[in-house]
Ligand binder design. Structure first.
Ligand code: AMP
Ligand code: MG
Length: 413
């Protein structure tokens, strides 16, 4: 039996970041850049107006006021997207729209709100600052600036930046395909024949969804009966994927043969037990060069061990550098106690109140109680060496989703 930290270390040691593929930037949000991207241009590409108003010479408006407005002759009307035809001389102005290039001879923009038009003249009532409201060429990005570095997670802002620098395609890390197999004579699929003694293989569905949630491509292999032959056949199919997950058949029962089958197929087992509750019998190995995770069959054990051990591996494969769920300190709402020796993950409800996290358990914690996962948005992490935890004290909580932070109303204060 190895500690959780050791298990994660052994897993990540076997996991390599996947190679690159070239994709359309419109499909790149949520992926990880596999290249450095530099700009081949200045952005903005030319000096332009930040306001609707008048392009002027500063010298002509330096003393303008309500009592003593400057009066300039308007020589051109310049919308965004067009090149000025004329240069400005002393006493002249160009009516200019936001984003239009600054005409030659102009060095300052006066906002339209500080002016009044009178035929072909404009009255300016407020003195401007020199260079005011001009966006300078290259003030956002300069030619050769690094705008996105390798291993950055691409978000909408990065997609916009790639478009701005003229990149229609980007190299990103490939996402892993993940084969998923459920094992057990008692299992049927959701549309299967639920005769006496059978149950629906809910793990098949949670695992497919968990893989998808962390960006992997699930390949569902279906259900294998508890025979070595059937499990071996399915696992061999699974080796065509980048990683394999099985659920069930890793405990000590007579029909728990997954670990044996992996070895008989030439796979190497790295460990078979973790000091954790729920989910102690987790097998990890390598088969045909692919990592294989043998998760326990109990629905909660399968889900929790996926989040602790499989998710970081899949995220690493996709190139992510932040691969663990965030952990916060939260004030416990109830007393908790446990037997020492194993790290414990308790399904719980986290709330954020006046800047403090609070946490309570979801109640019944049996490893077959899938409702404990349905109700929870976090996992209290109890260290293996402590037995008693008092209400009002802080414990560590892994946040499995951040929905509670979003709130139902905007909160700015
Ligand atoms: P096992 O790890 O194979 O000993 O299974 C432990 C418990 O989990 C048993 O009660 C199984 O019926 C249940 N179980 C195993 N596989 C699944 C599955 N795919 N979906 C739901 N429950 C399962
Ligand atoms: Mg079983």
């Amino acid at each position: 039996m190895i500690p959780v930290e050791k298990a994660i270390e052994l897993i990540l040691k076997e996991i390599e970041v996947q190679g690159a593929e070239k994709i359309d930037i419109l499909s790149s949000s949520g992926r990880v850049a596999a290249e450095d991207i530099s700009s081949n241009r200045d952005i903005p590409p030319f000096d332009n107006s930040a306001m609707d108003g008048y392009a002027v010479k500063f010298g002509d408006v330096r003393t303008a006021s309500d009592e003593n407005p400057s009066v300039l002759r308007v020589i051109e009307d310049l919308p965004a997207g067009y090149i000025p035809k004329k240069a400005i001389n002393k006493g002249e102005a160009v009516r200019i729209m936001t984003g239009a290039p600054i005409p030659q001879g102009a060095d300052t923009i006066v906002m339209v709100e500080d002016t009044e038009i009178l035929g072909d003249r404009v009255k300016i009532f407020k003195k401007a600052k020199h260079g005011e409201h001009i966006r300078l060429k290259g003030e956002d990005v300069r030619t050769d600036d690094l705008v996105i570095s390798k291993r950055t997670t691409i978000r909408p802002a990065e997609v916009g930046m790639m478009a701005s620098v003229g990149r229609a395609f980007v190299y990103v890390h490939q996402v892993p395909t993940v084969a998923i197999l459920s094992t057990g004579d008692e299992l049927v699929d959701v549309d299967g024949n639920l005769t006496e003694g059978k149950i629906i293989s809910s793990n098949s569905y949670t695992l497919v969804s968990q893989v998808r949630e962390c960006g992997g491509k699930p390949v569902y292999l279906g259900i294998a009966r508890d025979t070595k032959e059937e499990i071996a056949e399915k696992l061999m199919e699974g080796t065509r994927a980048d990683a394999i997950i099985s659920s069930g058949g890793v405990s000590v029962g007579d029909y728990d043969v997954v670990t044996d089958v992996i070895e008989e197929l030439g796979g190497e087992i790295r460990f078979r037990k973790i000091a954790v509750r729920p989910g102690q019998p987790v097998t990890f190995g390598v088969i045909g060069g692919k990592p294989i995770f043998g998760l326990p069959g109990n629905p909660v054990s399968s889900m929790v061990s996926f989040e602790q051990f499989v998710r970081p591996a899949l995220l690493k494969m996709s190139g992510f550098t932040k691969i663990f769920w965030p952990v916060v300190d939260a004030i416990l709402r109830e007393d908790l106690s446990q037997k020492p020796g194993r790290k414990r993950f308790i399904r719980s409800v986290v709330t954020l109140e006046d800047g403090e996290y609070y946490v309570r358990t979801t109640g019944e914690q049996g490893s077959g109680i899938l409702m404990s996962m349905v109700k929870s948005n976090g996992l209290i992490v109890l260290p293996e060496d402590k037995t008693d935890f008092r209400a009002g004290k802080k414990v560590r909580v892994q946040l499995l989703d951040r929905s509670f932070e979003f709130g139902e109303e905007p909160r700015y204060g």
